[in-house]
Design a binder for this molecule. Structure first.
Ligand code: PEP
Length: 248
C-alpha cells in the first residue's frame, strides 16, 4: 500500500504562486516511489494547478465542496465542477470547516457521499480539541466523528486524516505514541464498521508535520501518510516530507 501525503494550502497562494511552486516541486518528485502525492490549492488556483500537473504523478485535490450537483447555491462549488477542473480528491470535514463554518457530522457525511457519488476520492478529517483531549474525551469524539461520517459510505476511494486540533498550525505535534494510539483506535472503529475491508483505508496524521518529525510519524504501524498545512507551502520543505525515510 502506498503512503498518501497531501498538501493542504488552505487560503494561501495566488495562481502565479501555485504555478511557481509546482514548476519547482514536480521535477523534484520524479524519483519518489511508494507515495501518492496530492496537492490541495485554493479553488481559484485549481485550474492552473491542474495544468501544471499534466503528465506528472502529482494529483489534485480541492479543500471542500458542496453536496448538490448544481443550482441556486451562491458561492458553492459542486463535485462535478471539481472533476471538471481536474481534481481527483477533495478534503472533507477539516476542523477549520467544522469550527468556522459550523459543519457538523451530518453535513460532513452528506458531502462525503456526494463526493463518492461523483467519483472523487475523499480525504476525511477527524480530530479532537485540546479541551476534549484534556477531559479524556478523545476516543469518544473520534468514534463519533468516524461513525457519523461513514454512514452509508463505501470503504473505497477514501483516506481518513487524524488531525488533533491542538496540533494544527501550532507547532505542537502529537507524539509518536499519541498518534499511534489514536490511529489504531480509528483502525479498530473502521473494522467494526467495514470488517477486513477497513485495512485498505489509509489513515493519515496531520498537525504540524515537518521535515524533522515526518520520519518518526510515518514509522508508526497505523500511520499511512500525512496531511500537511504550513510545511507544504514551500516546495523544498514539502519535497523533504514526501521523500521521508522509509523503514523496511
Ligand atoms: C492542516 O490544517 O491540515 C494541517 C495539518 O496544518 P499544519 O500542518 O499547519 O498543522
Amino acid at each position: 500500500m502506498n503512503y498518501f501525503i497531501a498538501a493542504n494550502w488552505k487560503m494561501n497562494k495566488t495562481i502565479q504562486e501555485t504555478r511557481d511552486f509546482l514548476k519547482s516541486f514536480i521535477p523534484m518528485t520524479g524519483g519518489i516511489t511508494g507515495v501518492d502525492i496530492i496537492v490541495a490549492p485554493a479553488f481559484t488556483a485549481l485550474l492552473a494547478a491542474s495544468d501544471e500537473m499534466k503528465g506528472s504523478a502529482v494529483q489534485l485535490s480541492a479543500q471542500d465542496m458542496f453536496w448538490e450537483e448544481k443550482g441556486a447555491y451562491t458561492g458553492e462549488v459542486a463535485p462535478g465542477m471539481l472533476l471538471d477542473v481536474g481534481c481527483s480528491h477533495v478534503i472533507i470535514g477539516h476542523s477549520e470547516r467544522r469550527q468556522y463554518f459550523h459543519e457538523d457530522d451530518a453535513v460532513v457525511n452528506r458531502k462525503i457521499r456526494a463526493a463518492h457519488k461523483a467519483g472523487l476520492g475523499v480525504i476525511f478529517c477527524v480530530g479532537e480539541s485540546l479541551d476534549e483531549r484534556e477531559s479524556s474525551r478523545t476516543f469518544e469524539i473520534i468514534k463519533r466523528e468516524v461513525e457519523q461520517g461513514m454512514v452509508d459510505v463505501d470503504p473505497y476511494n477514501l483516506v481518513v486524516a487524524y488531525e488533533p486540533i491542538w496540533a494544527i498550525g501550532t507547532g505542537k505535534t502529537a507524539t509518536v505514541e499519541q498518534a499511534q494510539e489514536v490511529h489504531s483506535f480509528i483502525r479498530k472503529t473502521l473494522r467494526d464498521i467495514y470488517g477486513n475491508k477497513a485495512d485498505a483505508i489509509r489513515i493519515l496524521y496531520g498537525g504540524s508535520v515537518t521535515p524533522e518529525n515526518v520520519d518518526s510519524l510515518m514509522a508508526c504501524n497505523d500511520v499511512n501518510g500525512a496531511l500537511v498545512g504550513g510545511a507544504s507551502l514551500k516546495s523544498e520543505s514539502f519535497y523533504k516530507i514526501v521523500s521521508f525515510k522509509k523503514e523496511n
